[in-house]
Design a protein around this ligand. Structure first.
Ligand SMILES: [Zn+2]
Length: 46
């Protein structure tokens, strides 16, 4: 369950960590999980 979910969507689509289901945070051109450290490049999206 998400407890820190923002009521407003950011400019990027919400992505959730496949490992721990936390919402990923955008860091320049990659998405980083603040909980477990998982990250993926933006180029992997779409
Ligand atoms: Zn995670």
């Amino acid at each position: 369950m998400m407890t820190e979910e923002s009521p407003k969507a950011p400019e990027y689509p919400n992505q959730f960590c496949p490992v721990c289901s936390a919402r990923l945070q955008s860091h320049r051109c990659k998405m980083v999980c603040p909980r477990c450290g998982y990250f993926m490049s933006c180029s992997e999206f779409e």
